[in-house]
Design a binder for this molecule. Sequence first.
Ligand code: FES
Ligand code: FES
Length: 871
Amino acid sequence: MPIEFTLNGAPCRVPTRPGESLLETLRERCGIGSLKDGCSPQGQCGCCLALIDGHPKVTCAMPAAAAEGKTIVTLEGVAAGERDLIARAFAAAAGLQCGFCIPGIALRAKHLTDKNPDPSRAEIARAIDVHLCRCTGYVKIVDAIALLARAKRGEPLPEPCAEGRVGSSLARYRAAAYTVGERDYVDDLTRPGMLHGAVVLSPHPRAKVVRVDTTRARAHPGVVAVATAADVPGERWYGLIYPDWPGFVAAGEEVRCVGDVLAAVAAVDRHTARQAAQLVDVEYEVLTPVLDPAAALAPAAPRVNPRHENRLSHSVIRRGDVDAALARSAHVVSGTWTTQRIEHCYLEPESALAEPLPGGRLGLYTQGQGVFDDRRQVATFLGVSEDRISVELVPNGGAFGGKEDMSVQAQTALLAHLSRRPVKLTLSREESIRLHPKRHPITMRYTVGCDADGRLTAVKARMLGDSGAYASVGGKVLERAAGHACGPYRVPHVDVEAIAAYTNNPPCGAMRGFGANQAHFAIEGCMDLLARHAGLDAWEMRWRNALQVGDTFSTGQVLEKSVGIKRTLAAVRDRYFEAKHQGRAVGIACGLKNSGIGNGAEEWGKARLVVESDGTVSLYNGYTEMGQGLLTVLIQFAVEVTGLPATLFRPKVDSTYALGCGQTTGSRATMFGGRAVMTAAAKLRTDLDAGRTLTELAGREYAADVVTNDTTALGAPVAKVKTHTSFGYATQVCILDEQGRVERFIAAHDVGRAVNPALCEGQIEGSIHMGLGYALTEELPCVNGMPATFKLRELGVLRARDMPAVEVILVEEPEPEGPLGAKGVGEIGLVPTAAAVAGALEAYDGVRRTTLPMKDSPAARAMSVGRIRSG
Ligand code: FES
Ligand code: FES
């Protein structure tokens, strides 16, 4: 049925189908790219905001028919001068990271500042309440909107930092395009003749697949291809560590979780593909699922995954004689700490586009955290050599570890292969939550001792994590939890075991912090308990035990450099004691997080600088931009070395060169990627210093592949233990108000070298936002293996009005193995957060909470999100 409306000043008459949302009409029929789909049809993220008759409305929850006769304005229709002002305000304030949420917020900002020329920060926070941002913690978004308001009142915007050397807050690469919605994410890409894909997921966590019948789906009008396990020409099973995850579950096999894919459909449009997917008939023989990791380890438990026993991993650290040390200790505390499964909740759901290329090759556009791993796995799946597939990263709308594993790349590639047409497949929010790995729930039993002066004597810990149906990197997460079990403290006697178990729950894998968050919640809780026994202040307890150069880390590694934990403690000291003396409820926690995977992994930074004929320099690297600002800081390293202006560099991540570095994980991309860029840039600098111009150098390539391979595996019998290249350190302070709400957070972080201070702060602010959700409101419980909710608001991610004031203190303790002293900052921001909140809550009401999220607390009750009502 056609509807008529005015869109950005022009009359429109477009056909619609019954039930079509206005978002679908505007994106798919009118080509409006500034509206993004983060959660349709929930109406809970704000990414699809438009002005309708002058009012801001989310368009995914609005039937297209309701737009009849309306006047619709999107960012595309905002006057060029104002668009430019909005873009410059967000760039100047560093008010964006992955950018996926930003166009919706930018339009909201325009509307707000039109109506209220001088909004307060609280008014801004309230105005953007509909909008979810998973990256920024909203701090710099509010800054940007305040800046925009001032600019609209005639005040000049700050000049953007253009020089871009290391240490300057160079504006994020392509910040303006991100802000006004001109930067394409995968789901924004189109190709002539492109088909749309949809997947069929298992409704059961464990069942035998008796039959997969695609007859009705194939007959559906508009369907071009249907794929099942029988159509996979190559190896159907993939996985980052173990190939235990089938791209399609075949008849005769078991489904192992509610994210398992049975079939995929390609059709002329997304709606038809989804309709047809519902016509795939799957017959199941339902089996009793294994839902508890402890039960999974019982001898008689059914095997969850045919490729591996139920005990996925067992990590052990033993140093000294723990039992004897505990027996000698003046004070000993014990307890069990439990953490929850949570959803990454990146705003951009998974999407891939595959297209046949001349010569029988295939092009793959992916948002993965390791595009070369994606290429390798897709090639194996299709049974072709890797060089038959060209891959390109489309910088994603958030990942946080959840886009390390394959999502829909293989199925999309197969549909393109079968149909011989371009195919794009984008998951709905519900499908995304069902399919990708989550943060591990871990149960941790701790016993920790100290002497009469509060000096730690021994740590004994037993950890059990629920890794769900597939290995993903779950074994490594528990290994990392074991390695971080003692926190940033000197502990002479250590006895830690960590087990990851398969279950029929959704898989768990990498998520920002990677096991360190869970371990710190427990060990920092023990530190508070021991401080009380020893009669010490919590700050003093940490100061006495904090690692220094020359101390031994829990894994046995002697720390030789860049140990900034004491400097971060010193940085918060005055504020911490001042708040305590004012009678406030205050919590403090420390943390460390490895920078670089380590544990014996060979790690690479790879870069190519190519001088182009137009005078620009292409900067190729192998790591993924996912909002953390990697491409911007790599430009800064190149600027620092070559002296060329930042505007000349064009970052690219694709398979033009063999730059596979594995996953963008372990807070390592800045460290290893930066080293490679600096090495390549030094070669270019040599030519420039010889008097050659860029015009003369057009076509020249400058290459650097830099390897780090001197770390040792956990528990390896080596003379010199070095489990990690580097660590970031942090101390965080949580201050509550008189009602027990989180009022203020102070975060001091040793970042080695702040390559871009504004981006650094943004990483930490965003992490604290994520950490507060983890502490208080976020969880993804499952009922019989199925997530209990798919609604963003119920997942508990904090809204702008829930955020406390955040003060970030950057401490620079240079890392000699990092580029110009830098080390990773992407993960550590939320490692100590939950423990700091727990300490503050205990100071407030005397209750020591050992289970996350701490929903029974006044701080959690004060939040606007997090109550699951879906049942
Ligand atoms: S996509 Fe419309 S509110 Fe999320
Ligand atoms: S910048 Fe807001 S979701 Fe990424």
